[in-house]
Write a protein that binds this ligand. Sequence first.
Ligand code: SF4
Length: 278
Amino acid sequence: MRVVRGCDWNRCSFCGIYDLFGTPYSTRSKEEVLMDIDALASLHGDIFTTAFLGDANPLDLPAQFLVDVLERLREKFPRLTRVTAYARASSLAKKTEDDLLAIREAGLDRVHVGLESGSNRVLKLQMKGTSHKQLVEAGKKTMASGLELSYYFLLGLGGQDLWEEHALESAAVFTEVKPHFIRVRRLFIHPMSKLAGKIAAGEFREQTPEGTVHELRSLIAALDAEGTTFTCDHANNYLPVHGLLNRDRQALLDVIDSFLALPEDRRIAHYRSVPSVI
Ligand code: SF4
């Protein structure tokens, strides 16, 4: 259910997804969104079991707007078992705990938040518009509200120069917040993104395939996040490791170490077999 169009931030240098696909940011009136929900229900009946609030950051809307939309969704589609949305940490940080609690009680189950990095230098370089401190505060507030929190980590975002700090500072945020999920993605550089321009200008040295594997290892080794589900659940990950922290941390490290112990030609063949996709 589209409650806003595009991304209100739209500045991250590695992204540009809405620009590239021609969707400038714009808001919708609450009445229009509620009419869409009613129309969907009369067209299809009560057939949906999950729902997603689009597009990039509906949590920037006023809490009452979201409460009204969620209540209408739950009323018209009582079989919904999960309602999710993307959210920026800066928008979650602006909400009070009561706001987030009201949004959860109205029917939102989970927010997917692009942490990307816990390093202030990487966040600034990539124009993410947040900070290590804000990622911790927004994360803790979200967890306290009872919403499920899924944080995304982007391998390669620090390039060859900041990779270690990128992994360790991200692990520090995850360790403080202990989100429900850490989901790992590998940086995909779209040729039309601002980051592609930085590479061409020599301002960013792209991480190597093997470098991302070392990055993943450093991240996992530094994590202390009891109860967090760790998952590399995207086709562009070189090593699709999954597990529950802290129980499975050593098993995840063992998978990575076994891979790194393979002969170089087999590792290179593996890197070549994995697609670079968004
Ligand atoms: S990464 Fe997310 S917040 Fe950044 S521009 Fe893209 S959609 Fe917006």
